[in-house]
Design a protein around this ligand. Structure first.
Ligand SMILES: *[C@@H]1O[C@H](CO)[C@@H](O)[C@H](O)[C@H]1NC(C)=O
Ligand SMILES: *[C@@H]1O[C@H](CO)[C@@H](O)[C@H](O)[C@H]1NC(C)=O
Ligand SMILES: *[C@@H]1O[C@H](CO)[C@@H](O)[C@H](O)[C@H]1NC(C)=O
Ligand SMILES: *[C@@H]1O[C@H](CO)[C@@H](O)[C@H](O)[C@H]1NC(C)=O
Ligand SMILES: CC(=O)N[C@H]1CO[C@H](CO)[C@@H](O)[C@@H]1O
Length: 631
């Protein structure tokens, strides 16, 4: 790491310049309106620029070969002094290979790509708008308690269509604010030609997806979020890249390496995608500049790094279990190139942007992943606690209510590396995808279409489902980590699953949407699940348990199905018993004193009539003992 960092500091004007290479590569308008084109294509024999501007002439505009596989072309301005290529016109790089092939390519640095209705392939469209959106609101300060709303712009409307950045700004941001989330994690922003990849098969790394609108509209979305005090993280995919050649990075210069390792190391067998060569200088330039691009141009506040486990190990986690033994993390199976890349990325981001947040999607539990680089860590702020959602699904799938193992649940929620922060979540986008099932659906799918109305009596299934949905969220929130994450829609128990238009479903958008209309209907019980989510976050905001040291669990009673713990001077008591409630129940507290119920307790039950308890009585309450109450 130190060797790499000093190379970056010494070369090309330091890492600040190096990581701003989006200002020198691709297309750059010069002060005199001439255009400078620059690419890295080490295996190419010749490079030409073609497009609307030269009526698609394939030989009139050659690039000049420079050192280290780089190519440059300068286009002088037109007679009227305006740039030779107009805003919103199409371009292509023509690559001539040693084998005599002529390949049509999109610049890896393209800022905007679109697809015509009938076409499968994306086009590189020159983006140089006469008026740019100027963001005016400062970035929010890094919160001590991170409450993340994981969202996808395209599905963020009840209609079966691709929703826009503007739809999200107008309709969804106010909900996120009301719900008390202070951070949004935006998926599927980096352009991906295949919508059904959920944004994980990236084709253009510097282009914000044009499906949802223009770059300026995304800038506005982020600006409005900032005005509400909400941070925005980008779900960044640097772990792999789409295999597309014509509109992706694959075989850009005609060779099977360039940005990637040559096969087999450069291919991911399960994801059917390409793997970057993180030891290459130009790949470091590309990826590190990509991070800075999203920070500088769009003013994102940080990143959720996708696929970190796949990056860290040569085996990519395929067919490998992790028990926590150190031999699993230290050895020749570790890919040092990508490990050093992640250290560099985190070091540079936190050095330049002190309030920046990085989250690792890592299932392996690599030690020191979330410690500072200066301490020898990888420098992430948080990792996703990926075992927790799997545990909830397993319990709902395999166990009867009377067989829930309280000790095992508590173990899963508290089993994390000391001194490293985790984002806890009961479910994320993974559980919402077709083929899997959300908590709400595991709990209530048989009756969600008929019995969610509060105009009819609560049925036992809905009663149980609603109570458990709330309790699972609150237990995860209180015990599972130093941050909390919710996937768009799950805050109100969104029914059904997510399925993007694809061949197998007749290109249907029916399940590629979020039915916010359900929350807005007064008589449906989704509203109560939504209100609970809001109150949960607001209560956290008041007491700050996520920012406090891990909880002290004083009881996990297998017979009574009771869990009791203290965190941030808040006493949590959960009764998961399917039939029994308790009175005069003795619980331990960390701090002696009076806990005046009238003032500090709120009891969370549903508005269900109490007769529901004849079938099933579940409740949970939180006693918030403020300092005054303790003395
Ligand atoms: C959603 O966005 C589209 C295009 O930006 C717009 O025509 C439509 O009116 C918007 N709908 C809502 C409900 O905001
Ligand atoms: C990765 O890049 C390095 C440095 O440019 C190069 O030496 C190496 O051959 C590349 N590896 C593969 C497998 O392509
Ligand atoms: C719940 O829905 C089922 C049909 O799925 C119906 O038979 C039953 O009567 C409903 N229960 C209540 C309390 O409305
Ligand atoms: C798709 O549409 C075709 C023709 O309209 C129909 O035969 C087929 O059953 C549909 N398939 C699905 C999965 O809906
Ligand atoms: C009532 C209450 O505590 N509201 C808070 C909810 O959370 C937001 C931050 O996400 C605070 O700004 C509110 O004050």
């Amino acid at each position: 790491f130190l060797k790499r960092l000093s190379q970056l500091e010494e070369a090309e004007g330091g890492f600040d310049q190096f990581t701003r290479s989006y200002k020198t590569f691709g297309v750059q308008r010069q002060p005199d309106n001439s255009l400078l084109f620059k690419e890295w294509a080490p295996a190419a024999e010749a490079l030409f620029l073609t497009g609307d501007f030269n009526e698609w002439n394939k030989f009139s505009h050659p690039y000049t070969k420079k050192e280290y596989g780089k190519w440059e072309l300068i286009l002088p301005p037109k007679h009227d002094k305006s740039p030779a290529v107009d805003h919103r016109t199409k371009l292509k790089v023509v690559v001539h290979t040693a084998e005599g092939d002529r390949l049509y390519r999109i610049s890896p640095w393209a800022k905007y790509v679109t697809r015509e209705e009938k076409s499968v392939i994306y086009d590189w469209v020159h983006w140089d708008p006469p008026e740019q959106y100027t963001q005016i609101h400062p970035r929010p300060k890094k919160p001590t308690s991170l409450r993340i709303y994981e969202a996808h712009v395209g599905i963020a409307s009840p209609e079966g269509k691709v929703a826009s950045y503007d739809n999200f700004t107008t309709n969804v941001l106010p909900r996120i604010k009301e719900l008390g989330y202070n951070c949004i994690q935006l998926m599927a922003i980096m352009e991906h030609a295949y919508y059904a990849s959920f944004g994980y098969q990236i084709t253009s790394f510097f282009a914000a997806s044009s499906r949802y609108g223009t770059p300026e509209e995304l800038k506005r979305l982020i600006d409005v979020a900032h005005s509400m005090g909400i941070m925005v993280l980008l779900d960044v995919v640097h772990s792999h890249a789409s295999k597309n050649t014509e509109d992706g990075l694959n075989r850009f210069d005609g060779s099977d390496s360039c940005f990637f390792h040559s096969p087999p190391r450069g291919e991911h067998s399960l994801w059917d995608s390409r793997l970057f060569n993180y030891s290459s200088w130009e790949v470091l330039r590309f990826l590190l500049s990509n991070l800075r691009w999203w920070m500088e141009e769009y003013r994102f506040d940080g990143f959720r790094f996708d696929g970190v486990t796949s990056m860290l190990y040569h085996h990519h986690g395929i067919g490998t279990g992790f028990s926590g033994d150190y031999s699993e993390y230290f050895g020749l199976q570790v890919d040092e190139d990508s490990l050093v890349y992640l250290m560099l990325a985190n070091h540079i981001l936190h050095f330049l942007y002190p309030d920046c947040i990085t989250v690792a999607e890592d299932v392996s539990g690599m030690p020191a992943l979330c410690r500072r680089v200066e301490e020898g860590g990888l420098g992430f702020d948080y990792r996703l606690a990926m075992a927790i959602p799997d545990k909830w699904i397993q319990i709902l799938k395999e166990f009867k209510d009377e067989d829930w193992d309280m000790g095992n649940i508590v173990f899963t929620l508290t089993n994390r590396r000391y001194g490293e922060k985790c984002i806890a979540y009961a479910e994320s986008h993974d559980q919402a995808l077709v083929g899997d099932k959300t908590l709400a659906f595991w709990l209530m799918d048989k009756e969600m279409y008929s019995n969610m109305s509060s105009l009819i009596p609560m049925s036992p299934v809905i009663d149980r489902g609603i109570q458990l949905h709330k309790m699972i969220r609150l237990l995860t929130h209180g015990l599972g980590g130093e941050g909390y994450l919710n996937f768009i829609g799950n805050e109100f128990g969104h029914p059904e699953w997510l399925d993007f238009p694809r061949e197998g479903n007749n290109q249907s958008y029916h399940y590629a949407r979020r039915q916010f209309n359900l929350v807005d209907m007064d008589h449906l019980r989704y509203r109560q699940l939504y209100a609970f989510d809001r109150d949960m976050n607001w209560t956290e905001d008041k007491y700050g348990w996520l920012a406090a040291p891990p909880a002290f669990v004083s009881a996990k009673h297998e017979g009574d199905k009771v869990v009791v713990f203290d965190r941030a001077n808040v006493l949590f008591i959960f009764n998961f018993h399917p039939t029994q409630s308790f009175q005069g129940y003795r619980v331990g507290v960390e701090v002696p004193g009076k806990y005046p119920l009238s003032k500090f307790v709120f009891i969370i039950t549903d508005t269900a009539p109490l007769w529901g308890s004849l079938f099933f009585f579940l409740f949970c309450f939180v006693v918030a003992a403020a300092a005054a109450g303790l003395t």
